[in-house]
Design a protein around this ligand. Structure first.
Ligand code: SAM
Length: 249
């Protein structure tokens, strides 16, 4: 019987990979990758020559069956997502469910994850939080989802695409009111930036500064209150470039 290894890969900075992930990627029979081009770059950087196969949104149903057969024959397979932890907002979770249902071992190799990186740097309560992933793209469904979340007391983490950022922030400002938010952009990369302030100020800021890159939003839970005192002014943190090793994927 084989094993499925869930390997966390960098969310931008090629140095963010564990020694164990590098070893497992070298040792497995096959790597199932969401974005084969991106994964091949990573493998080339670390001189790893394991065969790579595509496992992504468009082919995941057939591929899951195929991978399951290989696992049943005894192969060791590593699953890697486009970036970060496989199974978080990507098709990985369906493969894991199928493999688990067949009694085949699944081994997680922890590492980078955009949601947790944004949460811990946000300055918002991190002892209790919830992760919502992407909000629905359609305005009506998105607003309904935000209404459902209005009373949530825990810190809430969202992923958002740059072209929908302003719309989503506007809906949040309208539905949640004047709460604190941290907008984490391009984490671990050259243009890493964390904007901290209130939801209405975030709408103003990102209307004027066209959002580019990858974004994770960390929003205060209900009752956490708005920015107070010295924090009233939004705070835009640009990570000094010497702290970001320029090994972009
Ligand atoms: N599996 C990944 C993880 O563990 O973080 C998440 C995959 S999800 C398809 C991709 C989304 O994660 C992006 O649209 C963005 O919202 C967020 N994200 C990924 N990399 C990021 C980064 N470097 N900085 C901020 N957000 C990022």
């Amino acid at each position: 019987q084989g094993t499925l290894f869930l390997c966390a890969t960098p969310i931008g900075n090629l140095e963010d990979i564990t020694l164990r992930v590098l070893r497992v990627l070298r040792e497995v029979d096959l790597i199932a990758a969401e974005d084969t081009r991106r994964t091949r770059k990573l493998l080339a950087h670390y001189d790893i020559h394991t065969p790579v196969i595509s496992y992504r949104e468009h082919n995941h149903r057939q591929m899951a069956r195929y991978l399951l057969n290989l696992l049943a024959e005894g192969q060791k397979i590593a699953l890697v997502s486009d970036a970060g932890m496989p199974g978080i907002s990507d098709p990985g979770e369906e493969l894991v469910a199928l493999v688990v249902s067949q009694g085949i071992p699944v081994v997680p190799l922890p590492g980078p994850n955009a949601a947790l990186a944004a949460l811990v740097a946000s300055g918002l309560p991190a002892s209790s939080f919830c992760f919502e992933g992407f909000l629905p793209a359609a305005a009506g469904a998105r607003r309904r989802k935000l209404q459902e979340l209005k009373g949530e007391k825990r810190t809430i983490i969202f992923y958002e695409a740059p072209h929908r950022l302003v719309e989503s922030l506007s809906d949040m400002a309208e539905i949640f009111g004047e709460r604190k938010i941290a907008v984490a952009r391009e984490l671990t990369k050259k243009f890493e930036e964390i904007w901290r302030g209130t939801l209405p100020r975030a709408v103003e800021y990102f209307r004027l500064n066209a959002p580019r890159g990858e974004f994770t939003l960390v929003v205060a839970g209900a009752g956490e209150g708005k920015t107070a005192g010295a924090e009233d002014e939004p705070w835009r943190q640009l990570t000094p470039v010497e702290h970001v090793y320029l090994l972009q994927s």
